[in-house]
Ligand binder design. Structure first.
Ligand SMILES: Cc1cc2nc3c(=O)[nH]c(=O)nc-3n(C[C@H](O)[C@H](O)[C@H](O)COP(=O)(O)OP(=O)(O)OC[C@H]3O[C@@H](n4cnc5c(N)ncnc54)[C@H](O)[C@@H]3O)c2cc1C
Ligand code: SF4
Length: 495
């Protein structure tokens, strides 16, 4: 009996998901370009272009391989699926378990049946089993369990190299002189151009260069490029924010991992292959493996484990509207923020430290609504998806979940950004000052944030040092006055 095999835009892989069970002789492969998805928010051009063009290329490849494909535009996904049902006369819709609560509910409501989602290394029930035995959800514990379960970088039951974690060798600041390696850009083809011309006016950001490949071949090329040119130095400079390179030595693979053009398993296999046949330092290999089998799987597992309402958490009662500098980098003189927002505007991407210690840190310290900030992050990052943004922003970035994910907030003043980045030299402010006109807004706001939440954080033993530091400040009253000026200035776009 014929079936409609529905492929969402984040499951573009012929070997996984519903394609596994599809029959070329009888089934119709369905992809829907939801117009609501396109127009409801000021999405970044790079993001929309990447998602739509990848899906159209995927559909074209399937057709070339002899599949019967129905790719159509519709007001919403559900309306599109109903229209395909009507035009083909086929009622039966099969899909892999979707990656969000919302799509799961919509497809369940129209009677779709689901096959297992095998785009991740950790089946949901395996994660649930792990989480249900934990008193706190420490990523490091999950990561070690993953290493054992998947038998990756293991020597019997011991970690290869004798230690689980090489952070002590990693996390170096950017050196003054360093070869940050070459970049790989792609050429727009006819499908890319067509999508580019169709983007709605409501978009944000630039799309002058094709930073993000839109085919599996281009995704594989980016993977090869990373392993050849950047993998060896990935570990030491994982947290560095150099001003000579927007990527540092990061892989740029998240968009492809998230839309199915690459699989985590093939990325891990390629990493282990390079590690065993070349002189890749273990600190770089382990650091990268940790991101993919640890962080990525942990965040996906926690998204499902914590449930649909987790995204509404606002434990610190933060209600400030999104600051204008997030959508217009010229609205601030803070060099770090201006540079990072400009990077995001250009490519829809920046690595984990600018996301965490610049953008999220600013949202956290200014008491910005976690939900408004989450919406903005979802709109502007090329790799954003509900399952990955929600835990990263609500849990890690803004501490809005009262520490369910991370036991302490990732809050810092200008000292961290000054140490790990190269922004402060060209900045109007001084990271060491907390009061006065030249004070770094991060430094001022950091102490003000601790003071505002003193009763909350005093009972958190992991915040002991910071709170002791706060109690030693003799000028906290002046800091708080300056913090008010800074917050006003940020709202008016003059700080
Ligand atoms: C506030 C915040 C928001 C984030 N939002 C997203 C998002 O919307 N989409 C997204 O894919 N990643 C997100 N991340 C994680 C991380 O920043 C990106 O995965 C990474 O910067 C992508 O670049 P890369 O592929 O070069 O990563 P690399 O540094 O080369 O890491 C390799 C891979 O590890 C995975 N990874 C690493 N850290 C995480 C993490 N915390 N959560 C999930 N996967 C991780 C990614 O798949 C990534 O491609 C966020 C992190 C923070 C702190
Ligand atoms: S001084 Fe402060 S605001 Fe300026 S770049 Fe450094 S950390 Fe950012």
């Amino acid at each position: 009996m014929s079936r409609l095999i529905y492929i969402p835009f984040d499951q573009l892989n012929v070997e996984r998901g519903a394609m596994r069970v599809a029959d070329k002789g009888t089934d119709v492969i369905v992809l829907i370009e939801s117009q609501r998805m396109l127009t409801t928010r000021p999405w970044h051009k790079q993001r929309l272009h990447f998602l739509i063009s990848s899906a159209r290329h995927f559909a074209e490849q399937l057709r070339a391989d002899g599949w019967n494909v129905d790719y159509r535009k519709a007001a919403t996904t559900v309306e599109g699926l109903e229209a395909v049902r009507t035009s083909t006369g086929i009622r039966n819709i099969v899909c892999a378990q979707p990656n969000s609560f919302r799509l799961s509910e919509q497809l369940t409501a129209i009677g779709a049946t689901f096959v297992d989602n095998d785009f991740f290394l950790t089946p949901r029930e395996v994660f649930q089993a792990w989480a249900s035995t934990q008193s706190s959800f420490t990523m490091e514990n999950f990561y070690r369990a993953q290493r054992r379960r998947l038998n990756i970088l293991m020597d019997g039951d011991k970690p290869v190299g004798g230690t689980w974690n090489y952070d002590a060798e990693n996390r170096l600041p950017p050196p003054k002189q360093h070869d940050w390696g070459p970049e790989l850009y792609f050429e727009f083809d006819d499908i890319d151009e067509q999508v580019r011309n169709e983007l709605p006016d409501s978009t944000w950001g630039e799309l002058n260069t094709k930073v993000w490949g839109t085919t599996r071949a281009e995704a594989r090329a980016q993977m090869e490029h990373f392993f050849t040119h950047h993998f060896a130095d990935f570990g030491p400079y994982e947290d560095a924010m150099p001003n000579q390179s927007w990527r540092a030595h990061h892989s740029l693979l998240s968009p492809y991992l998230n839309n199915g053009l690459l699989l985590a398993s093939e990325v891990i296999d390629a990493a282990l292959e390079r590690f065993s046949h070349s002189d890749i330092p273990i600190a770089s290999c382990e650091g990268f493996i940790r991101q993919v089998i640890g962080w990525r799987e942990y965040v996906y597992g926690m998204y499902w484990y914590l449930g649909e309402n987790y995204r509404e958490n606002n434990h610190l009662n933060a209600h400030r509207r999104l600051l204008p500098l997030f959508t217009d980098s010229s609205k601030t003189h803070m060099n770090c923020v201006r540079s990072v927002v400009a990077d995001v505007h250009e490519r829809g991407w920046t690595h984990h430290i600018p996301r965490l210690m610049v953008l999220s840190n600013l949202a956290l310290l200014t008491g910005t609504s976690p939900q408004e900030f989450l919406d903005w992050m979802r709109e502007v990052f090329v790799d954003a998806a509900e399952w990955v943004m929600v835990p990263n922003v609500i849990g890690m970035g803004t501490h809005a979940d009262a520490g369910v994910l991370m036991t302490k907030p990732y809050a810092s003043g200008g000292a961290y950004i000054s140490k790990m980045g190269q922004f402060c030299k060209g900045c109007a402010y001084d990271p060491k000052q907390r009061t006065g006109e030249n004070a770094c807004p991060f430094t001022t706001l950091y102490w003000d944030f601790l003071a505002r939440h003193e009763s909350e954080f005093s009972s958190n033993h992991r915040m002991f040092q910071q709170m002791a530091g706060l109690r030693r400040l003799s000028d906290i009253d002046s800091v708080r006055v300056r913090a008010h000026e800074v917050l006003d200035g940020l709202e008016q776009g003059r700080i």
